[in-house]
Write a protein that binds this ligand. Structure first.
Ligand code: ATR
Length: 274
């Protein structure tokens, strides 16, 4: 019987996850289908009960359900416990769900490839933003022993984040410090949602350093164009999206899928819609 998997969120219509996962099922001859499921905030427990009865094998969970996904799961990974959010649910034989967070290994794998460097210890990172995405990025970098300066428009949120998940080398500050602090960074990672408003931070001179924006498509364009013009090597968040998807796929099917193929498919799909 065809296995059912999918992504639950709201909104979800523009998710690239069905394209990514269904492409891998075709590549590997897996009899499964991956669907986008629009479920309003608060309705996750009911939706999971129904999906459990219909025999769904695994689910990704995105906004606004990442926190409640942890609560509805019967068992949780160590990362989920630490970060307080889950993005991957796997059906158990007794009808319950196990929660994982693949954003963390996904981000780390994507960054290692971008830098062509396995060892991220001591990497000096300026991290912009202190929301849900920054939480995953900071925790991933902290585990690797990177030195992170987390700067946010609301400084108190950056401080809380660093206290909660940072290592001893992590610090917090105000976004206004960026102009001075970027000079001391090996890389800059932008997790703020300002790109969705069409705006971009002044980036400073890059001298070939990496400016990594974890958004992609239209939202990433203003910031990455500005960074590129100032001499930064730029990367968008598509590699991270695909790396977290690949980690979820590995949990469900036990093999690592071809990430390059998924990147090509997604870039073509984004091109077709811009
Ligand atoms: P996500 O889950 O994508 O991280 P979020 O939790 O809503 O989204 O966080 C958005 C981040 O972008 C926050 O760090 C926010 O700063 P505040 O904490 O001060 O709100 C930041 N952000 C949003 N719009 C911004 C803007 N115009 N300039 C600078 N930072 C902005």
């Amino acid at each position: 019987m065809t296995k059912l998997l999918g992504v639950i969120g709201d909104p979800i219509a523009h998710s690239l996850s069905p394209l990514i996962h269904n492409g891998w099922y075709r590549d590997l001859g897996i009899d499964a289908t991956y669907e986008a499921m629009q479920i309003p905030k608060g309705d996750l427990p009911d939706a999971l009960q129904t999906l459990s009865k219909t025999g769904a094998l695994g689910l990704n969970v995105t906004l606004p359900h990442k926190l409640s996904a942890r609560d509805v799961a019967t068992t949780t990974s160590e990362t989920v416990d630490k970060i307080g959010a889950a993005n991957t649910l796997t059906a158990q034989s007794d009808g319950t769900w196990h929660a994982d967070n693949t954003d963390i290994p996904g981000f780390t794998n994507a960054l290692r490839e971008l830098l062509d460097e396995k060892n991220l210890s001591g990497l000096r990172v300026v991290l912009l933003g202190a929301g849900g995405s920054a939480r995953a990025v900071l925790y991933a970098l902290s585990l690797e022993g990177a030195e992170v300066l987390c700067l946010n428009r609301t400084e108190s949120k950056a401080q809380l984040l660093v206290q909660d998940l940072g290592n001893v080398k992590c610090r917090a500050g105000d976004l206004n410090q960026y102009a001075d602090e970027q000079a001391n960074a090996d890389i800059v990672i932008n997790t703020t949602s300002s790109g969705y408003e069409g705006s971009a931070l002044a980036t400073g001179i890059g001298n070939g350093r990496l400016f990594y924006d974890i958004s992609y498509g239209r939202a990433a364009t203003p910031q990455l164009s500005a960074a590129s013009e100032s001499g930064w090597r730029t990367a968008d968040g598509l590699s991270m999206l695909i790396a977290q998807a690949a980690e979820s796929f590995r949990i469900w099917f036990g093999v690592m899928p071809d990430r390059e193929k998924a990147i090509d498919r997604c870039r073509n799909a984004i091109k077709a819609t811009v």
